[in-house]
Ligand binder design. Structure first.
Ligand SMILES: [Zn+2]
Ligand SMILES: [Zn+2]
Length: 909
């Protein structure tokens, strides 16, 4: 039975759903809350916090199909994408997960059942590997071995041992890790690409294409403390990954991923557009594969809000579209066409990934815009690169300098990856470190995305030990510290732990910097762009007070309040009152609800294609980033601002609810890019019987009614990256202060103008008019003075060969005045050359004029003035009898005029 790629994905998810798994949607390609990662690159990314113990699992058993992107700036293997059947930038990873639930026995049995019984693969073609430590330190995974031997129909001779490189998984040098078992598929002897190579044997983890890994089951079993210390974890987990494209190729019995029904239609469409024959397609397969892979990847990126741009993720999107466009040239495609290929991507994938359908217009437009932009510089870029290669060849070198490569990118939009592609095809390479150094210099590199995970392991251990102890002693429930920023801003509780200087202590005193753990907190913890609360903790007895300036969540169940003891001596077990700084919190809430209103207004005025790309909300202001190709017009900004203020004036209630993610999406709630949502979500709905203004998934804190926001002003609109805009705004008292400052400024201006505020604009216009009139008058006077001075020079001519020549510097006149003086010279003299200079705004300016007889004798005013202006670092031109020029260095005017004589001598016939 033939299964389509979509059916295969679904049958995987259905199979594990039948075995008690909750099927969760793919996380965004933009990892939520993980600044160390450019893109989601594996199924486990969205569960990393679960394995690290700082988040709870959505369910004990989970299955999903995760969108993954593997392409990063430095030294990546992008070059192989398109050149073979298996490498991709974008791919889907099928996975099933156990969080402290089932383990090796079930995982192995289900793998076998799905592959053999469900999908009907021939057991004779399946191999499995299990971990055996070549260093003899980590225990061998004999459990996995034994479970494999129990699978019905499994050939014991197909069970092989694997070493640390192939069969042991770890996230970092310390922390959770464990052995894995891999399942390999034998494509048959004809698939071997090392046939006839002496000594070659086709084998699992060998060096040919015949036996290929299709599924990896990782068993997270140990906590690694050092190179040799592997402690068993109290709870063990399963993490599996199976590349969808490869298993589809296996099940559809085709040679390579690009022959599957997931990718082949993209190559077919490209062939239709290019109008090539099957043979031409076969001869240019690399180009076809690159176009298919990159169009698919960029479509998914754009659907997740990553549009082409200059830095970070946006750069990657730009780079892959341009790389595809470059290859498209090799099959004769010069006009934008990828939107047509992207349509097929939406057709194939839109059912399972509805974001593609939702954003299809944005996807098509982004492709066409990016292709057109690149087309403008592509030919020049090729030519430039050819010159570089010729120069390298002449110099006997093979490596293009990083600075040159960067210059190609900065001036002609050639991403490094494309330069590298083209160079390598002719046997050259590029200094990539030099490229990045040059990029750094130009500060194009984003400052973000570099920071490593904070590796304060001692502190992490302290928190984890504390977390465990408070649970064991019954002070904390399984939920951990109860956090409720929604129902009350003040709370009685108990002081459970005090940390000072990284040590757990019994009490602290005035002036100490402390970290406090309490049972129940009303503080909001920074997330979704909203800052953490500040406030205070006081003893119920009133004998001590700690000012709290931050809260953090260092492990799944623990919330820590950071602050300073203002007075008294806090003691363990003290009864306490915790209160949030109310005025600050209210300002934050006004800004947060204001952000939601702004989001709605933006989409109303600029269109539904506008999406939030990030936001930041604190007590002073709100900041909102969104995709938009150009600066927002002033009139649109005013309309957006007015719309938000009308929502405020109309006093809409703000309704907060908690429901399942599924229900919320069914009800039409908007989810945001890059945010992680649990199974249970909070929704913020702004509506009443007049209609719905906004409905978003959001864990932030909000006002009860839009009227509380008071008023809203946009204070700035700017660019953050290509295609990405930022609006900043103020609300409430912040809005009042903003308006007050503006009014003060205006009052001061009117006072200076000695007019009322309403009359000051007219007054300024009057002043401008009279200033202009005075300047014109001054210009006239200067001209008259200049004419008088010029008249006295007019007869004071040099004669060069037989030509009367006048060169002079006339101070304080305009270019027009110079021209007038030159005309006067030509009226007075039947034959002659005049070259005049002046200085305008510290820059030299020249005019040269000739009488007609001299033009006939080979002199050209344009050539003359160019030669003169060259001395002052400038240039110019004009008619043969009159020309003008400018320059840079006024100190060389005299030297410049000295060029007149030699010019005449050299050119006069
Ligand atoms: Zn082989
Ligand atoms: Zn929100």
């Amino acid at each position: 039975m033939f299964l389509t790629g979509n059916q295969i994905r679904q049958s995987f998810l259905d199979f594990f759903a039948r075995h008690g798994h909750r099927v969760v949607p793919s996380a965004s390609l933009v990892p939520g809350g993980d600044s160390t990662l450019l893109f989601t690159n594996a199924g486990m990314v969205q569960f990393k916090d679960v394995f690290l113990g700082t988040a709870n699992a959505p369910a004990p058993r989970v299955a999903n199909s995760q969108k993954c992107m593997r392409v990063s700036g430095k030294h990546n293997d992008l070059d192989t994408v398109g050149r073979d059947d298996t490498h991709h930038t974008f791919f889907e990873m099928l996975g099933n997960w156990s969080f402290g639930n089932y383990y090796k026995k079930e995982a192995i049995a289900w793998s076998w059942e799905l592959l053999v019984n469900e999908w009907g693969l021939d057991p004779a073609k399946l191999y499995a590997s299990y971990f055996v430590d070549e260093e003899g330190i980590i225990p061998d995974d004999n459990e996995a071995r034994d479970y494999w031997l129990q699978q019905p129909g499994f050939n014991p001779a197909h069970l092989v041992k694997g070493n640390r490189h192939d069969n042991f998984w770890e996230m970092a040098e310390t922390g959770p890790c464990g052995p894995c078992t891999e399942i390999h598929y034998d494509f048959g002897p004809e698939a071997c690409d090392k046939q006839g190579v002496e000594g070659h044997v086709c084998e699992v983890n060998g060096d040919c294409n015949r036996i290929v890994e299709i599924w990896n089951n990782v068993f997270i079993q140990f906590n690694r403390l050092s190179a040799t210390d592997f402690q068993p974890l109290p709870k063990t987990h399963v993490d599996t990954g199976m590349g969808l494209e490869r298993i589809v190729a296996v099940l559809q019995g085709v040679k390579g991923n690009y022959e599957t029904d997931l990718l082949k239609p993209l190559l077919d469409e490209t062939q239709r557009i290019a109008g090539q024959s099957d043979q031409e397609r076969a001869e240019n397969l690399t180009a076809y594969r690159v176009i298919a892979d990159h169009t698919r990847a960029a479509s998914f990126l754009i659907a997740d809000g990553v549009i082409p741009g200059n830095v970070g993720r946006n750069y990657v999107c730009r780079m892959i579209i341009r790389r595809a466009a470059r290859f498209a040239r090799t099959i004769g495609l010069k006009e934008p066409f990828m939107a047509r290929v992207a349509k097929i991507v939406v057709e194939i994938y839109g059912q399972h990934y509805p974001e593609l359908k939702r954003e299809q217009e944005l996807i098509y437009e982004s492709f066409t815009r990016e292709e057109s932009r690149f087309a403008e510089t592509l030919d020049t870029g090729f030519a430039e690169l050819n010159l570089h290669m010729q120069a390298l060849k002449d110099a006997g070198k093979t490596v293009l300098g990083g600075y040159e490569a960067f210059d190609l990118y900065a001036t002609l939009g050639f991403p490094l990856e494309i330069t590298r592609d083209i160079l390598s095809e002719s046997g050259f390479s590029v200094d990539e470190d030099g490229f990045y150094a040059a990029m750094e210099e130009h500060r194009l590199a984003s400052g973000k995305g570099q920071a490593g995970i904070e590796n304060d392991s001692q502190k992490a251990e302290l928190y984890q030990a504390l977390d465990k102890q408070l649970h064991d002693d019954g002070f904390l429930s399984s939920e951990g510290v109860i956090q409720d920023p929604y129902t009350s801003l003040s709370q009685t509780s108990q002081l459970l732990a005090i940390i000072k200087d990284g040590q757990i202590v019994e009490s602290v005193s005035q002036g100490d910097e402390v970290e406090l753990v309490i049972q129940h907190t009303p503080f909001y913890l920074e997330s979704g762009g909203q800052v953490s609360d500040t406030g205070k903790i006081v003893s119920s007895a009133g004998d001590w007070e700690v000012a709290i300036d931050n809260v953090i969540k260092p492990s799944a169940g623990l919330i820590v309040h950071l602050g300073k003891v203002l007075h008294g001596t806090p003691q363990l077990q003290d009864k306490i009152v915790v209160s949030v700084d109310l005025p600050r919190r209210r300002a934050i809430m006004r800004n947060h609800t204001g952000t939601h209103l702004l989001h709605t207004a933006l989409r109303k005025v600029l269109g539904e294609k506008v999406h939030q790309a990030g936001s930041a909300v604190d007590a002073e202001r709100l900041r909102f980033d969104f995709n938009y190709p150009q600066a927002v017009a002033k009139a649109d900004l005013l309309e957006i601002e007015a719309l938000v203020n009308s929502y405020i004036a109309d006093e809409y209630p703000v309704i907060k609810q908690s429901k399942t993610l599924e229900q919320a999406q069914k009800d039409g709630a908007m989810a945001l890019f890059g945010e992680k949502y649990g199974a249970e979500v909070r929704t913020i709905e702004i509506k009443d019987e007049r209609g719905r203004v906004s409905y978003e998934l959001c864990g932030g804190t909000h006002v009860e009614n839009t009227a509380e926001i008071g008023s809203f002003y946009i204070t700035s609109e700017s660019s953050v990256a290509a295609g990405m805009r930022r609006i900043e705004a103020v609300t409430g008292m912040g809005a009042y202060e903003y308006a007050r400052k503006r009014l003060d400024l205006q009052n001061e201006l009117s006072a200076h103008l000695q007019s009322s505020p309403s009359e000051s604009l007219a007054k300024v216009q009057n002043l401008e008019d009279s200033l202009k009139a005075s300047q014109a008058e001054l210009e006239q006077l200067r001209l008259r003075v200049a004419k008088v001075a010029f008249a006295s020079q007019m007869d004071n001519l040099q004669t060069i060969m037989d030509v009367p020549v006048l060169t002079a510097t006339i101070p304080n006149v305009s270019a027009d005045a110079l021209r007038e003086l030159a005309d006067e010279f030509r009226q007075k003299h039947e034959s002659g050359v005049v070259v005049l200079a002046t200085t305008i705004n510290d820059k030299p300016s020249f005019i040269a004029a000739l009488t007609p007889d001299l033009v006939k004798r080979g002199l050209k005013a344009g050539d003359l003035v160019k030669r003169v202006a060259k001395v002052v670092g400038g240039g110019g031109g004009g008619r043969p009898d009159m020309a003008q020029a400018g320059g840079k260095d006024p100190s060389k005017i005299t030297e410049a005029l000295d060029q007149v004589a030699p010019y005449i001598k050299e050119n006069l016939k």
